[in-house]
Design a protein around this ligand. Structure first.
Ligand SMILES: [Zn+2]
Length: 270
C-alpha cells in the first residue's frame, strides 16, 4: 500500500489530492482545494499529518461540502489550530460525533476525529472572498456545493462525479440529477470536483453527464419493457459486478445504479 499526495497550482487555487494505492487496484483518492487561507473540503483522515506538511500556509477557514470521511479529514486538526470550520447544518451532529465506519471505508480513508463546525448559510464570507452555497442533495442528503461567484469557481464536492458504472446504496439519482441542473444554472468558468478532473467548461461537463444518464435511463427502461430483470439489465448494460461491489461489501454496485435508472421517469430529458 503506497501513499498518494499531490499539490498542484491551478492559477489562484491549489488542488490537493490525497489517498493511497493498494497494489493491483485503482488508487483511492479525493481532491480538496486551497484558496489563500481557505480550504474547500479537507481530505481523508488517514493522511492528516502529511497534508498538514504540504499546506505551508495558515488555514483560517474550512468549508465542507458534506460529512463523508474522505472530505473532512483535516477539519479537526485545523480547528485545533484556530480555523473556523463550516458545514451543512444537518451534518453538524455527525461531525461532532462521527459514526464507526464499515471496514473498507476505515481501510481506504480512516475515521475522522470529532469537530465542532458552524452551519453554512446561503453564503459565507472568508479572507478569500465570498462563497455562495448551492443545495445539491442526492449523493448525500445535505450536500452543498460552493460557488465563488467573483472568480467563477464552482466547488462541487461529490455532487458531480461524471459518469459511473456503479452507485452507493443510499444515493438518490433523480435528486442528484436535479442538483446537476441546479449547478448548470450557475455562471462558472471552472468546475472543481472532489474526485476526477477539473472542468474548464462547467456547463458542457454537466450537460454531458446529464445526457449520459438520460441515455442510460432510456436504455434501462427499454430493456425493462422488453421483460428484463434487474440482473439481466445490469449484465446487458454494465457487465458483471466487479471490484467495487466486492471491495465495499455491496455498498457500491452496478445493480444500485440500474435500480436508480429504472426509478427515473422514462420521459427524462436533460
Ligand atoms: Zn461523498
Amino acid at each position: 500500500m503506497s501513499s498518494i499526495l499531490r499539490r498542484e497550482e491551478r492559477g489562484d487555487v491549489d488542488r490537493i489530492t490525497a489517498g493511497r494505492r493498494v497494489v493491483g487496484f485503482a488508487p483511492v483518492t479525493s481532491h480538496f482545494y486551497r484558496v489563500g487561507t481557505v480550504l474547500v473540503d479537507a481530505g481523508p483522515p488517514n493522511r492528516v499529518d502529511d497534508v498538514l506538511n504540504v499546506l505551508e500556509t495558515e488555514i483560517t477557514d474550512v468549508l465542507l461540502t458534506h460529512a463523508h470521511e474522505d472530505h473532512v479529514g483535516l477539519a479537526a486538526a485545523l480547528a485545533d489550530q484556530g480555523a473556523r470550520v463550516f458545514a451543512p447544518e444537518p451534518t453538524l451532529e455527525v461531525l461532532a460525533d462521527p459514526p464507526s465506519l464499515p471496514g473498507y471505508r476505515r481501510q481506504s480513508w480512516g475515521e475522522a476525529k470529532p469537530v465542532d463546525a458552524c452551519p453554512l448559510e446561503s453564503e459565507v464570507t472568508t479572507p478569500a472572498g465570498t462563497f455562495e452555497t448551492v443545495p445539491t442533495p442526492g449523493h448525500s442528503r445535505h450536500h452543498l456545493a460552493l460557488h465563488h461567484r467573483e472568480r467563477g469557481w464552482l466547488f462541487t464536492g461529490d455532487a458531480y462525479l461524471g459518469t459511473r458504472d456503479n452507485l452507493r446504496f443510499d444515493e438518490d439519482l433523480e435528486t442528484e440529477l436535479a442538483s446537476l441542473r441546479r449547478l448548470r444554472e450557475r455562471e462558472a468558468g471552472r468546475l472543481l470536483p472532489g474526485h476526477g478532473s477539473i472542468a474548464s467548461d462547467p456547463e458542457a461537463a454537466l450537460t454531458d453527464a446529464l445526457d449520459w444518464y438520460a441515455e442510460r435511463a432510456r436504455e434501462a427502461h427499454e430493456l425493462r419493457a422488453a421483460g428484463g430483470s434487474l440482473t439481466s439489465i445490469r449484465r446487458e448494460m454494465f457487465g458483471w459486478e466487479g471490484f467495487m461491489r466486492w471491495f465495499t461489501g455491496g455498498e457500491f454496485s452496478k445493480t444500485n445504479l440500474v435500480r436508480e435508472l429504472l426509478r427515473l421517469p422514462s420521459s427524462l430529458t436533460s
